[in-house]
Design a protein around this ligand. Sequence first.
Ligand SMILES: [Zn+2]
Length: 227
Amino acid sequence: MAAHPDDLEFSCAGTLALWARQGTKVIYLICTSGEAGFDQPNLSREERIAIREAEQRAAAEVLGVNQVVFLREPDGLLQPNLELRRKIVREIRRFQPEAVVCWDPAVLWISDSMVNHPDHRAAAQATVDAVFPSAGLLYLHEDFLAEGLKPWKPDRLVIVRFDGGDTFMDIEETIELKIAAMKKHKSQIKEWDPEPFIRKVAERQGRAGGMKYAEAFKIIQLHKPLV
Ligand SMILES: [Zn+2]
């Protein structure tokens, strides 16, 4: 679950590729189609959406992702409102995931040179709120029942961490796929080679987790007893 095409490749694609390789069904839910992420003039909104969705589908294919769903909310203007939450609840009830992966809505700075995009925070906030409690409540969004969409409580919320975290996934066997998938976002990376950056971040997180290359997460066990 992410705000833009390329967010998942940028953050947790090594883990998603690993899960796909192990037979886990992986679904992407992308809130916007990233149509604001261009600086060339004279590209229509439809053209920009088509470019970024095609790049996202190509990246997902590299990783072994089973399906990509776009909500087509307006890029750059995403709000964590009840409308977005409801749309995410619908998809959670439709796909009934064991785990929902998203970014951390509380993160304002990803690093000392990177502000966390407000769309990232909005998508993450709406996702956390959709996972708990909205998706699992019988008497919320009751109209979904008529569509056969019953309440669903995922087992785990998996929060992407750029530093810290309590769980480290060893991505040594999938880091090449992460790099290859990131390179599919040609409209975004342009001449930039993402490989050194991806390796550097994975090495840093690997050091924290005692691995060569890792991705870091905070896991919320939603079915765990309180005591
Ligand atoms: Zn983004």
